[in-house]
Design a protein around this ligand. Structure first.
Ligand SMILES: [Zn+2]
Length: 177
């Protein structure tokens, strides 16, 4: 950040009083512009027959790799609402019954990924601009070598570790490079 988004003056990096980290501080209006981690919220959708829904990405990064539906939370929404919204946006699934499944910090990327286990009320799903293929997989069919993100892999492993339980415990983990 070079210029203050509020007043347009130059922004300096310094440690504000009573703080211990370098911050972007406006030289004119003195506003401290904090940069904090982003939340990525998504779901692991389970079909009525127990198969798992994955999306093949139609966009970079990791285009043509398989992922769980998810994305950046918007301001003004809850984590659950964001996860359900992303699930509809990426796979046209009207998911129900969200249960928190994993919370994974990625300190090197300034992100936190949350995934909810959700039920699909029926077999309705579709491709979208973000997912060129949407497909149901049995446990044995999961494309482990073609998963887009480590948080997706970790979340799937956790779900399977608990034998695909209806209400598995929440995984609280972190991933470092
Ligand atoms: Zn300013």
């Amino acid at each position: 950040m070079n210029f203050c988004p509020l007043c347009g003056h130059a922004v300096d990096q310094r440690i504000p009083e009573d703080d211990n980290r370098l911050r972007h501080v406006c030289s004119h209006c003195q506003t401290i512009h904090y940069h904090n981690p982003h939340l990525i919220t998504g779901t692991l959708p389970v079909a009525p027959d127990g198969r798992l829904l994955l999306c093949c990405r139609n966009i970079e990064p990791r285009k043509n790799y398989w992922t769980l539906p998810g994305g950046f939370m918007e301001n003004g929404e809850t984590t659950v609402a964001g996860a359900l919204r992303e699930t509809y946006e990426e796979a046209r699934v009207a998911a129900i019954n969200p249960r928190l499944l994993s919370v994974i910090s990625l300190p090197a990327y300034d992100q936190i990924h949350l995934f909810y286990l959700v039920d699909m009320p029926d077999f309705s799903f579709a491709t979208t601009p973000e997912s060129h293929t949407v497909q149901l997989f049995t446990v044995d069919e999961i494309p482990w070598e073609r998963l887009a993100f480590r948080t997706v892999k970790r979340t799937l492993e956790h779900y399977l570790e608990f034998a695909s339980a209806t209400n598995p415990p929440v995984l609280n983990d972190h991933i470092t490079p």
